[in-house]
Design a protein. Structure first.
Length: 368
């Protein structure tokens, strides 16, 4: 995990959407953006890539579009990579044919949603991962999924652990599980908890407090690409921004397992420095505003709060160790771990309040 020590996002118009080299509507590639994609690769510098690790096609039986239509949507809307994570089916990206001119900076990472008593994305696998193992002990189920995914050349992301409810005590014994879905944009998931389950951030803190190295992923878990409504599980409502040396399946996967990414439901960062003993971040107000003009983003309804951008730094037991208004902040490590969270609250034309978020990955007091 040593590669996490310093993550720096560069400001500037050349890097559009921090790796999504298309205009605001995802329609055209600009020359400056193309150069921004090619030059870092030539120089060996790290770049930022926008991706989604969890979505579905008609092959699952409860989604509405073909693999080609699904992949085309992400291509046409500025994503750099996507995983077609079908339930217990392996979709070879080589078999998915897109229409028109294919962007140089778009990649389909092979994957599968291994679906049993627990669900997980098998990221960057070379073949179908078996799913038949069943046991009343869900720690054993998760470990089996992790091990089988490793045998297929990939890594595991534990999906929507609030549906079904998976407790921290069940996740803690699982070895080599470095990622889970902190935010799954499917309307049926309970990301923020309820009377029967903790929020995903509470679950995350419970794991981090016990010393587990695990990173929080945002995905859209989209099933509906033909019908659009806030109540539908549409694409574009949660994603990751990954910093990697190149846009390849192996490089993106490696970066994520090392925590070299942040997760978002609409907030874009212009700066993120994760040092050994502090985190510094800044919100890209222009790009965030542009994201929020999207017809796909609705945000989380809230009942109170002042509109604006707010930053929280969170430590053990979920304690907010520092809070500030505005889009720039930094905080020193004050415990066993520290993570950052941006809250962007907007008052809509109808008077309602909606919140959008970005989450950094944690840093640890022992230098992990």
């Amino acid at each position: 995990m040593a590669g996490l020590a310093s993550l720096l996002v560069c400001d500037g118009p050349a890097v559009d959407r921090m790796g999504g080299f298309v205009d605001a509507r995802g329609m055209s590639i600009r020359l400056s953006a193309l150069l921004a994609f090619l030059l870092p690769a030539v120089l060996g510098a790290e770049q930022w890539f926008k991706g989604n690790t969890h979505c579905h096609t008609i092959l699952c039986g409860h989604a509405d579009s073909s693999p080609e239509v699904v992949a085309q949507w992400y291509h046409d809307h500025g994503y750099n990579f996507v995983i077609l994570s079908e339930h217990n089916k392996f979709i070879d990206p080589k078999t998915v044919k897109l229409k028109g001119e294919i962007r140089e900076d778009f990649l389909m990472v092979p994957g599968e949603e291994v679906t049993g008593p627990t669900h997980s994305t098998a990221m960057n696998v070379t073949r179908l991962v078996p799913w038949e193992f069943k046991d009343k002990n869900r720690s054993k189920v998760m470990q089996w999924q992790v091990d089988e995914t490793k045998k297929a050349g990939g890594v595991t992301i534990l999906n929507h652990p609030n549906s079904p409810i998976i407790r921290a005590a069940e996740i803690l014994p699982v070895k080599d599980l470095y990622m889970f879905e902190l935010y799954n944009a499917h309307p049926a998931t309970k990301n923020f908890g309820d009377a029967h389950r903790p929020s995903m951030e509470q679950l995350w803190d419970a794991l981090l407090e016990k010393g587990k190295i695990i990173y929080g992923v945002a995905s859209d878990d989209a099933h509906k690409f033909a019908k659009w409504d806030e109540r539908h599980d549409n694409p574009g409502r949660g994603w990751v921004m990954v910093r990697a040396k190149e846009l390849s399946s192996s490089a993106v996967t490696k970066a994520m397992t090392e925590g070299s990414f942040y997760s978002t439901s609409g907030v874009i960062l212009s700066k993120l420095v994760r040092g050994k003993s502090s985190i510094e971040l800044a919100v890209d107000e222009k790009e965030t505003a542009r994201e929020l003009t999207s017809e796909f983003l609705f945000g989380r309804p809230v009942k109170k709060g002042e509109p604006g951008t707010f930053v929280e730094f969170i430590g053990p037991q979920g304690e907010v160790v520092q809070a500030s208004s505005g889009g720039k902040a930094s905080c020193a490590l004050k415990g066993d771990y520290l993570r950052g969270k941006v809250i962007h609250r907007v008052k809509k034309k109808d008077g309602s309040l909606r919140e959008y978020y970005a989450w950094t990955q944690p840093i640890f007091g022992d230098g992990r």
